[in-house]
Design a protein around this ligand. Sequence first.
Ligand code: ATP
Ligand code: MG
Length: 225
Amino acid sequence: MASGIAHELNQPLTAILSQSQASLHLLKSEPLKRDALLGALESNVLQSKRAGEILTRLRNWTKRDATVVQLADLNQIIRGVVDLMSMDLKERNIVLQLKLDTQRLLSKCDPVQIEQVIFNLIRNSTEAIEDQKDDIRRIAVESRVLEGQNIIQISDSGCGIASETLPRLFEPFHSTKENGMGLGLSLSESILQRFDGNLTLNNQSSGGACATVSLPSASPVNGKK
Ligand SMILES: Nc1ncnc2c1ncn2[C@@H]1O[C@H](COP(=O)(O)OP(=O)(O)OP(=O)(O)O)[C@@H](O)[C@H]1O
Ligand SMILES: [Mg+2]
């Protein structure tokens, strides 16, 4: 992850350096090439913004100090995120189907961070559906307990994961989207690993992708610490 970040930040920094050197050169030349200078400075502003955005996003996600581990009900977290996204989904004509286990799904985790994971996965699904011309615009969010693990599955009727992307899903900054940063899945994976959880993604035979989150189940008694 660190080498990916270094690489990603190196690109705008290299561009800023070369444009600044060109600007200095332009300033010393006669007559002054005002348009070329303007172009170089505009490029510097864009590149600096890009580097700043990368750092802000990483800082927000990796605030380890702010981690608050508690006994949380994953069903409650899912309902909260779905509520938050319901307007956006409606506007995009996407039907979200909830199939939550009837019992509480308790895990020891930071509910705010798990919210971010679920939010990112549903957002990926909406973005994959946006790329489709299909009439079926559906996301299903399911939860259940299986062999001591709380499982959340988010499946969609989107375009599916491109075969070149499948082995690079968790690689930071790998994105197939014009404005994507390629950070959602790698950061979600690292959050889940903090709580001994796991994230996998695959394509469904019926089309679309399916993301599976697992977190160890905690009993209410063990959790009361
Ligand atoms: N539900 C999905 N359907 C199809 N492809 C997906 C899905 N989820 C992820 N992908 C693919 O995996 C890539 C990486 O996803 P990730 O969430 O890490 O980054 P991103 O969505 O491109 O950018 P960011 O989340 O940082 O805004 C995406 O660019 C996309 O190609
Ligand atoms: Mg994403």
